[in-house]
Design a protein around this ligand. Structure first.
Ligand code: HEM
Length: 522
């Protein structure tokens, strides 16, 4: 044994070790050079460091300024920008239908694995995060009907009590400075709880971050946004079940998105599933418009048995995909209205006239909101000016490669179009694309090609994987905003001239401090 050890050791003399390291270094350098100067992608301009390492891209998103940086990079380099050895950001809009369209061969990249959620000891892809088109179809089939326009109205009775709690709380705070951004987040979370499993989280009633849900999910977004740039790290970090347990044991008070998700599942969703299963007749008849009731009822009607894992996957996914996104859009609408007196006045007049004509119910309905054309323009313009997602929607170029914006990129290259960049494209949205101007969406008045603008509005993504919850959000916004503006005059009350935006996947705003004064209508 001793002799054997001596023999092995004798092979590793300093010179041998040095040669070994040198060989490894040469292999790494050669691989880096090959990746950097791969045919096709080498023609794409960008920072020279980005050719060699993903760290450049990580440093770019780390600051939370990606929404600004992406725009500047495209201004500097043009429609294709290389941000990493294997990643190209694209602002050439002619590729959108090929890359994102129905039956596309450009599949979601591994960026999305950071949004898989843990369940039963494994990481599980959701309808949003799955990279596999067949899996996507399987997940989408049972729920698609509930997201359809025809079903949206059935959700309104679940939304109305949330709007009342919200406006009542604003009544109580009238005249004081209110952090409207936080309230809109509480509102959006409570609405999504109500429509998903017929229970509000209670953020608005308790006026605080219950069970640190918001803190945990914020941390998850920052983690996902940064680690998603190097997704191969994820299995060694929060994607690793053992490491996660160790982290929770060592740092019990640190924000933990996984624990947050598990807490929501165990403390809220499971309880509702049990309640539903115990008294389903009463539940369905009295309140059964929510997603849980729909899925349980559908399984019963079709004699299919959706596993509790799949059921949980659908319900949790609604909560994760539909809360922050809507809160960001709501903040954007109100912020830009408040900061643009001309727009505010026009919108206020539209709402007041409709109200005087008896066209608005106590709880404004979705149908009524759609009869307010200027409001609809404000919603679109705010979501154009400040889309909720601030990163490119990443897709993988299929084998053997594809022509992207005039450059033939090899299969396996990751590309993505960023709504933040496209939405400021003057050739689509007009010379004043950098201004907030809802009138651009009025087809009769606008000198712009409005249908073309609609096609390039990427707030909800595009094509095969476009947002399935879009109508729910538009319904939510269309209902609450007129209700709020009918009751209050809202003014900017922060000492700072603007809000602050930090982007880690979602472009989240803070500092939306306002004062609400009661109006005669309240
Ligand atoms: C203003 C609010 C919202 C915005 C801005 C938004 C944005 C988006 C975007 C950009 C995508 C595409 C992501 C990609 O291609 O990588 C997406 C997908 C998705 N969103 Fe939304 N979303 C919103 C509200 C909602 C709501 C309320 C729900 C559910 C209740 C929801 C559920 C989903 C789902 C399930 C997908 C994946 C669809 C698929 O791959 O088939 N979203 N969303």
């Amino acid at each position: 044994m001793k002799a054997a050890q001596t023999t092995i050791f004798s092979h590793f003399q300093p010179l041998t070790l040095l040669l070994l390291f040198a060989a490894i270094l040469v292999v790494i350098i050669v691989n880096k050079l090959r990746a950097a100067y791969r045919q096709g992608i080498r023609e794409v301009p960008g920072s020279w460091i980005a050719k060699f390492t993903n760290l450049w891209r990580v440093s770019m998103v780390w600051s939370g300024n990606a929404h600004v940086r992406y725009c500047k990079l495209h201004e500097q380099y043009g429609s294709l920008v290389r941000l990493a050895p294997n990643f190209v950001s694209v602002s050439d809009t002619s590729i959108i239908s090929t890359v994102y369209g129905i039956n596309t061969k450009f599949l979601k990249s591994d960026f999305y694995i950071v949004f898989d959620t843990p369940r039963d000891g494994m990481n599980m892809a959701s309808m949003f995060s799955t990279r596999n088109p067949e899996h996507h179809k399987t997940l989408k089939r049972p729920v698609a009907q509930k997201f359809a326009m025809t079903s949206i109205r059935s959700l309104e009775p679940l939304v109305d009590p949330c709007s009342d709690i919200f406006t009542d709380a604003m009544q109580a705070s009238a005249g004081q400075i209110v952090d409207l951004g936080t309230w809109l987040q509480w509102y959006a979370f409570d609405v999504i709880g109500a429509i998903t499993f017929n229970r509000r989280f209670g953020f608005m009633e308790k006026q605080r971050d219950i069970e640190n849900i918001i803190e945990g999910l914020d941390f998850g977004l920052a983690y996902g946004g940064i680690i998603g740039q190097m997704p191969w790290l994820h299995p060694w970090l929060l994607g690793n079940l053992t490491l996660r347990k160790l982290r929770a044991w060592l740092l019990p008070n640190a924000p933990d998105p996984v624990r947050t998700a598990i807490n929501i599942e165990n403390q809220m969703v499971l309880e509702r599933i049990e309640e539903y299963d115990k008294s389903q007749v009463e539940y369905v008849e009295s309140q059964g418009q929510d997603f849980l009731a729909f899925l349980r009822q559908q399984a019963k009607n079709t004699s299919t048995n959706m596993s509790s894992r799949d059921l949980m996957n659908h319900l949790m996914h609604n909560i994760l995909a539909g809360s922050d996104t809507t809160a960001i859009a709501l903040r954007a609408v109100l912020y830009y209205i408040i900061r643009n007196p001309r727009v505010y006045k026009t919108l206020q007049e539209e709402i007041d006239n409709a109200n005087l004509a008896g066209k608005l119910s106590k709880n404004v309905t979705f149908a009524e909101s759609q009869e307010l054309p200027y409001l609809q323009c404000c919603l679109k313009e705010a979501m154009r000016f400040h889309p909720s997602v601030g990163y490119p929607l990443e897709r993988v170029v299929p084998m053997p490669g594809a022509d992207i914006g005039g450059v033939y990129l090899p299969g396996g290259t990751i590309i993505g179009v960023n709504a933040m960049v496209i939405h400021r494209d003057k050739s689509i949205f007009g010379a004043d694309a950098n201004e907030f101007r809802p009138e651009r969406w009025i087809a009769a008045d606008s000198k712009l090609d409005v249908p073309n603008m609609e096609r390039h509005l990427l707030t909800f993504g595009a094509g095969a994987r476009t947002c399935i919850g879009k109508n729910i959000s538009i319904m939510e916004m269309g209902k609450v905003i007129p209700q709020l503006l009918r009751q209050f005059t809202i003014t900017w009350a922060s000492e700072k001239p603007e809000w602050e935006v930090k982007t880690w996947w979602f472009a989240r705003q803070s500092g939306l401090l306002v004062k609400l004064e009661r109006r005669d209508n309240s």
